[in-house]
Design a protein around this ligand. Sequence first.
Ligand SMILES: [Zn+2]
Length: 114
Amino acid sequence: MLPPDRTVRQRIIELLADTRMSSYQLAQRLGIAERQVEEHLPHIIKSLARNRMRRFVLEPATCFDCGFVFRGRKKLTRPGRCPVCRSEGISAPRYGIDSVKERAERLDSHTASE
Ligand SMILES: [Zn+2]
């Protein structure tokens, strides 16, 4: 039997701790396909949403030619083309997991805005 997905997700979480990596870099480190990494990421984001000590950070893709930043993008894969200048030279989005200060989390439990 193959190892459960949870093991791969755990390794991704460990690799992303306090750093930033693209899905390509993660794929290389884990020895799996980049597409597989991109399939695991939404599950990791979901599980970390319930974790008060850690926060998933997405560094958006950027167009090399005009500097357009793909903010608020839902998809985790690298965009194919810049909507502004049509360039295909686009940096891959990078991910990381930051530790959250316990203090800030404890103060306001009624406003769960971020
Ligand atoms: Zn552009």
